[in-house]
Design a protein around this ligand. Structure first.
Ligand SMILES: [Zn+2]
Length: 150
């Protein structure tokens, strides 16, 4: 069952996507998650080849917690990444379901992160430790908030 817990290996992911997922797993090791114990790592691949990582950073005031995906995307923006080609998310603490497999949503980006992805990485592929195949941001958030007047 251990191999199934790390979906992404031997699935429909490319070597580049598996490598980015490994980078996200490394980033999860630096998570600050003393309250939930649920570590998350993210890695953002810029079109120019640079990779930016992030991890979840929790807070005693729970609502202030920052997700790994948004941490990585903010880092990419701060470093002038420009176009984002891909995003990987790893949740090493996600628990498998009764069938021993991770539910597909176990490492899926939350709604807030999907909105960030829609704005900052609209053409990126997204892979996670629970996805069996790469997803597009449009798959994850088909109708995002996008008000031209704002
Ligand atoms: Zn999130």
């Amino acid at each position: 069952m251990a191999a199934r817990r790390t979906a992404g290996k031997g699935t429909g992911f490319t070597a580049e996507q598996r490598e980015l997922l490994a980078t996200a797993r490394d980033a999860a090791g630096r998570a600050y998650a003393p309250y939930s114990g649920f570590r998350v790592g993210a890695a953002v691949l810029a079109a120019d080849g640079r990779v930016f990582t992030g991890c979840n950073v929790e807070n005693a005031s729970y609502g202030l917690t920052l997700c790994a995906e948004r941490a990585a995307l903010a880092r990419a923006v701060a470093e002038g990444a420009g176009e984002i080609a891909g995003v990987a998310v790893a949740c090493p603490d996600a628990a498998p379901g009764p069938d021993g497999r991770l539910p597909e949503g176990a490492a899926a980006p939350c709604g807030a992160c999907r909105q960030w992805l829609a704005e900052l990485a609209p053409r990126a592929w997204v892979v996670t430790t629970s996805f069996l195949v790469p997803r597009s941001v449009g798959d994850l958030l088909p109708v995002c908030f996008d008000s031209p007047g704002v």
